[in-house]
Design a protein around this ligand. Sequence first.
Ligand code: NAD
Length: 272
Amino acid sequence: MSATAMKLVVVGAAGRMGQTLIRAIHAMEGVELFAAVEREQSPFVGRDAGEIAGLGPIGVPVSDRPLEAFVEAEGVLDFTAPAATVEFAALAAQARIVHVIGTTGCAAEDDARIAAAARHARIVKSGNMSLGVNLLGVLAETAARALGPADWDIEVLEMHHRHKVDAPSGTALLLGEAAAKGRGIALGDNSVRVRDGHTGPRPQGTIGFATLRGGSVIGEHSVLLAGEGETVTLSHSATDRSIFARGAVRAALWARDRKPGLYSMLDVLGLN
Ligand code: NAD
């Protein structure tokens, strides 16, 4: 373990998660905010990152030049958007630094480009950086393995704030993947993402998703295993975004001394 504080860059610094990450880095041992980056033309470029995050001035102005920041840093925390994340993955690989990706809604081709970057960079990517949700994934996998498809149906329910742009949430998909793993099936071939109109009866062995949006809800997730006469519900409530930010910082510190590769929060938390 290195004795010096790990120099971190927050990209998407003015976003909901960006601000939370800046506050988490400020409060945690072993890390320092080296730079803060926003998109070109953002009104926040040039402003002090601490002021944006509600900490007061900390002497780190928001920049729109990621590569300049990355080459001098040791890690980047990225909760932005898929197109930006794919670009940051290439730049982080070029700079040989740790890239922690919390961005959700990546398409298969985005994930392929991120995996390519992981040949040179240490990347930790997860649809949810909290300890509780990753543990819930392990529980969902165990439950899905124990309660077979002939008698038990699996549904994943989620609710988020009205500003969220992708659905189902990255966390719902993470939980669906965990349940599919428990069943020994591929989620892509067995998921039901939407129901509308005369759908006919529920196809056996599928994993269903239901999405709710509204208000300021940070993240509610349930995995329901419904059998004849009984239902098992595994659920998680996020009441503060700092759980994701602290998890992301923990992931960066964990990846600091690893080999290049694509890791998940299960690796970081020792749950794999
Ligand atoms: P947000 O819209 O509040 O913030 C995103 C920020 O990224 C914005 O400030 C935007 O200007 C910035 N951005 C976009 N493109 C950029 C670029 N090219 N360069 C620099 N900055 C850029 O969104 P949010 O609520 O903070 O969520 C961000 C992402 O994180 C979403 O995909 C969300 O689903 C995900 N998220 C993941 C977790 C997790 O634990 N994995 C938790 C919460 C949110």
